[in-house]
Design a protein around this ligand. Structure first.
Ligand code: GLN
Length: 453
């Protein structure tokens, strides 16, 4: 098949099916066909990087030159960036085709995709259920076979949790492995981009295209680019898998625990050894995150002031009215809640009690992992405490929503890579197995996942 044929097929599927899922905010059909035609020429000329002509979609958090980038928010409903994010630029130069921009929770704040200004995404496995979030559109598009792979971002679980809920594979790399330049910032010390695809092998191709040093992102790691597909078939005999007892306690559905245990048994059959470990500060991860992430978000989102770009209210009476109404109208409830919490935690008099304390807890959490990785090669457990829940079920209960990420958030606080891969079904709904690797061990994690798949 030519890239044009495949692209046309996927655009038709999106047109016919996506009204059921709402996984795309913007479909860039004409641009996709032009890119596909150019890719076909490169392929005919025998000049073909791995992803040349492969159609993908980007989470609507990545700036795309000339294409609206909303971040799921009314605030940026009219924002058309004049440049591409580094991630987008890398895919474009590899010859990939962009089908469009995927739906997401507003400013990536959420675990169900219900905070999007463009309406919730529905889980292709059961459209009465959420697909997870915040990268729910990216996960649902892959699950519904509307795109073979997508880009996504993960600040506290937003690649892994939606991957778990849609039976897809998603990887959050080590902090700094993928450039954040041109990716709209939520919590800069936690945000990291990665791929969602049907399996580890496809993730390896996508990650090879995305990762690498970028001078424009000062937190970008200065490591050479890497071909993550090279070691997929390595043996995993003798691999030491740490199983943290804190990941199998209160809050975990017994059915999910059973599927994860099946997967662990499978790894034993593949020659791995299971080792009981402890990550004693696990229960402090969610509280620390919900101080640090809102604090950083309150600072990052101060740029949306109704003056430079984004939503501006009608007929402001004065500057204060302009700020207040533009931000009040442009941001949804969850985003406003985070800005309030973050501003409070950073204010004089509360800074030491909340922000500093949370940073100290963050250090303890990181230390837990350093100690664990002295004994084991990787850590495994559930990705999320339950399979996909019903639309609306947790929408009015922020704390219940925040607990969706109890097993994923610690990884972001420590800067470690984490991935989720399908490990079976509970009542016809998918369950995810999480693999947490040591720093820069993405290739090994993909190898481990590939051997299982
Ligand atoms: N669910 C978490 C939050 O709402 C994580 C989101 C994310 O990883 N972007 O903050």
């Amino acid at each position: 098949f030519s890239s044009v044929e495949i692209t046309r097929h996927l655009l038709d599927r999106i047109q016919q099916l996506d009204s059921n899922y709402n996984s795309f905010i913007t479909v860039t059909g004409e641009m996709a066909l032009a890119q596909a035609a150019a890719a076909d020429q490169r392929l005919a000329a025998g000049e073909a990087p791995a992803l040349c002509g492969v159609p993908i979609a980007h989470k609507d958090i990545f700036c795309t030159s000339g294409v609206r980038t909303s971040c799921g928010s009314r605030m940026l409903d009219n924002f058309v960036p004049p440049y591409d994010a580094t991630v987008v630029e890398k895919f474009n130069s590899a010859g990939s085709v962009t089908l469009g921009k995927t739906n997401m929770d507003e400013f990536a704040m959420g675990s169900s995709n219900e905070s999007s200004y463009y309406g919730p995404v529905k889980n292709p496995w059961n459209t009465d259920c959420v697909p997870g979030g915040s990268s729910g559109g990216s996960a649902a598009a892959v699950a519904a076979l509307l795109a073979p792979g997508t880009t996504a971002t993960d600040t506290g679980g937003s690649i892994r949790q939606p991957a778990a809920m849609t039976n897809t594979t998603g990887l959050k790399p080590t902090y700094g492995r993928v450039s954040r330049w041109g990716m709209i910032a939520f919590a800069s010390s936690l945000d990291q981009a990665g791929p969602i695809a049907r399996n580890a092998e496809d993730c390896a191709y996508l990650l090879s295209a995305m990762a690498g040093h970028d001078d424009r992102d000062s937190t970008s790691l200065n490591r050479p680019e890497q071909d993550y597909t090279l070691n997929l078939n390595d043996s995993i005999t003798g691999l030491k898998i740490g199983v943290p007892k804190e990941y199998f306690g209160e809050g975990l559905s017994t059915d999910v625990a059973a599927r994860v245990q099946d997967a662990l048994n499978e790894f034993e059959k593949l020659g791995a050894e299971l080792v009981d470990i402890t990550l004693p500060h696990t229960d402090l991860a969610v509280p620390a995150y919900y101080v640090i992430a809102p604090a950083e978000a309150s600072a990052n989102l101060s740029r949306f002031d109704g003056v430079r770009y984004g939503h501006r209210c009608d007929d402001p009476k004065d500057l204060r009215d302009l700020y207040m109404r533009s931000r009040g109208e442009g941001f949804g409830d969850e985003v406003q809640r985070r800005i309030l919490v973050g501003t409070y935690a950073l204010s004089a008099g509360y800074y030491d009690a909340y922000y500093n304390k949370a940073q100290q807890v963050r250090r303890l959490i990181k230390q837990d992992f350093v100690q664990a990785f002295e004994k084991v090669d990787v850590i495994m457990g559930p990705t999320a405490p339950s399979p996909a829940f019903g639309l609306g079920e947790k929408k009015s209960d922020p704390v219940a929503m925040y607990l969706e990420d109890i097993f994923t958030i610690a990884t972001n606080l420590a800067g470690l890579p984490g991935m989720s891969l399908p490990c079976g079904l509970v009542n016809h709904m998918p369950v995810g197995l999480q693999i947490i690797g040591n720093y820069l061990e993405e290739a090994r994690m993909l190898n481990i996942a590939h051997r299982y798949q």
